[in-house]
Design a protein around this ligand. Structure first.
Ligand code: ATP
Ligand code: MG
Length: 278
């Protein structure tokens, strides 16, 4: 797969808000226990910034993303967009969940248009937005194909098209490529950086892959578990789109080593030894 991405294919989006999380904590309550999923997170994401949230399983990445998406409320702390309390119905945010969620009875195009239903848009506009998004991910030829006939990588491209079709200036992506083979995954990372390069949305990209975070983002925020909290941050000033040379560069190799060591140390130290249960 090699999809050419031009600005024309990626719709104009409004300006992204500055997103600020101040002292954000989230306790999940179950019938049997309370889990401190996120503890005292302070993050500022500039308009148009590409940030990765990196950390091991259970460190609260999806929880944090759900809070920014407005799908859940923090137990304490505040989340603001351009200084205003984040409202639950903010259409500036589009989110992709961790599990691919394609409807088997809908073809590719209708799996994209579903994101635009109930928005009061006319059929022609919905179709045009979906077609443009499918063009951007290289699936124009597959609009009428059903999910059972798509490869894993193609399904993820449909999910990406659904996200793009919403024309939201903030895109939240939760481990979108985790289930893909290494080569397809690299191709998808490449596609995301080319889309980002064509139109600077803000992206919060959740991953547990150090390589993926370093390749794609401008800033990597490292979290650790028990309880989930931010422990480190890496800034990358490399431009976009990112190239194969960047992936193999000495800088990425050195940072990869540093982050591997950090995560091993955190794991060996039991992430501070605290328990996540409240
Ligand atoms: N709805 C929920 N109810 C109760 N506990 C939850 C809920 N969602 C998450 N948790 C707990 O909160 C902690 C953080 O979970 P979360 O899904 O945010 O982690 P994650 O970093 O996204 O992990 P993964 O990499 O495996 O997706 C875990 O201990 C998890 O068991
Ligand atoms: Mg998760």
């Amino acid at each position: 797969m090699n999809v050419e991405v031009s600005g024309r294919m990626v719709a104009k989006v409004g300006r992204a808000p500055v997103i600020e999380l101040r002292d954000v904590s989230k306790v999940h309550k179950t019938a049997r226990q309370m889990i401190r999923a996120v503890c005292g997170a302070n993050i500022r994401i500039e308009a148009g910034e590409f940030v990765s949230l990196l950390g091991p399983s259970g460190c609260g990445k999806s929880t944090l993303l759900g809070l920014v998406a407005g799908l859940d409320q923090p137990t304490s702390g505040t989340i603001t967009f351009d200084g205003l309390q984040r409202s639950t119905s903010d259409r500036r945010v589009a989110v992709n969940f961790q599990e691919p969620a394609l409807f088997p009875w809908r073809d590719t195009k209708r799996n994209v248009t579903i994101a635009l239903e109930n928005r009061g848009l006319g059929r022609a506009q919905v179709d045009a937005q979906a077609e443009r998004a499918l063009e951007a991910v290289g699936l124009s030829q597959f609009q009428n194909i059903y999910p059972s006939h798509l490869s894993g990588g193609m399904k993820q491209r449909v999910m990406l098209a659904r996200l793009l079709a919403m024309n939201a200036p903030v895109m939240l992506m939760d481990e979108p490529f985790a289930a893909l083979d290494a080569i397809t995954r690299e191709q998808m990372q490449d596609l995301v950086t080319r889309l980002y390069s064509a139109r600077r949305f803000s992206i919060i990209f959740v991953t547990h892959s150090i390589e993926e975070a370093l390749f794609a983002s401008q800033r990597v925020i490292v979290m650790c578990a028990r309880p989930g909290r931010i422990v480190h941050e890496v800034k990358l000033d490399e431009g976009y789109p990112r190239t194969f040379d960047w992936r193999l560069s000495d800088k990425v190799a050195a940072l990869r080593r540093e982050l591997h060591q950090l995560m091993r140390d955190l794991d060996a130290g039991g992430s501070g030894g605290e328990d996540a249960r409240v």
